[in-house]
Design a protein around this ligand. Structure first.
Ligand SMILES: [Zn+2]
Length: 201
């Protein structure tokens, strides 16, 4: 296999990129000027070195002195008793841009596939359950995309957390009913997110 094929394979791993697009990227990168390539590699390298993973919400964050919790999880001006379960970092950014949620977040990082065995090995809700049991969190809303994996994951989470609605008076709801089929949280506009939040059930 040629080095060009190696680079194509690496680029094909990017989300949403097929083999032909990956090939176009290869030729773009190979013909780009040295300054661009240097900037690209040093920026990536610097971001990788400065990134931290929040020990609670699993979100990526940068340039913070607090190496345990991200600025959102430690922001006492937010209502930290409310928790929004989302899939990924870009969904977090969309909610924050929209300004429709003032609680904290928890990222599942990748929805559970409908054919996936033992989802409990990959998606642990232990930290969330601890927050419920300690009384720190009293409302949880799942906000996952309306597609088969997203709906399956919502069901899985609801099943795990439902007992706490009885024992700990937890308010548990889902955004799914306020969104149309196929809706991706990442691309939803702020009005849609706001309405879905208001219609949570
Ligand atoms: Zn966090």
């Amino acid at each position: 296999m040629s080095q060009i094929d190696d680079l194509q394979l690496l680029l094909k791993k990017l989300p949403g990129i097929g083999p032909r697009q990956a090939r176009r990227f290869v030729y773009f990168l190979l013909s780009a000027d040295a300054g661009y390539i240097h900037k690209l590699t040093t920026t990536l390298d610097q971001l990788r070195r400065e990134k931290s993973l929040c020990s609670f919400c699993k979100r990526l964050y940068f340039n913070s002195n607090n190496k345990v919790l991200c600025p959102t999880c430690s922001d006492t001006s937010r209502d930290l008793s409310k928790l929004l379960i989302i899939e990924k970092n870009s969904d977090f950014e969309n909610f924050e841009r929209s300004g429709v949620w003032n609680g904290k977040y928890f990222l599942v990082l990748k929805n559970i596939g409908v054919t996936e065995d033992n989802p409990q090995n990959r998606l642990s809700l232990d930290r969330v359950i601890k927050e419920i049991e300690s009384g720190s969190v009293n409302e949880i809303v799942t906000a996952l995309s309306v597609n088969p994996d997203g709906e399956y994951t919502t069901e899985y989470i609801s099943k795990q957390l439902r007992p706490y609605t009885e024992t700990h008076n937890l308010k548990l709801s889902s955004l799914a009913r306020g969104l149309s089929t196929g809706s991706e949280i990442e691309y939803a506009d702020s009005e849609t997110l706001k309405q879905a939040l208001n219609n949570r059930k």
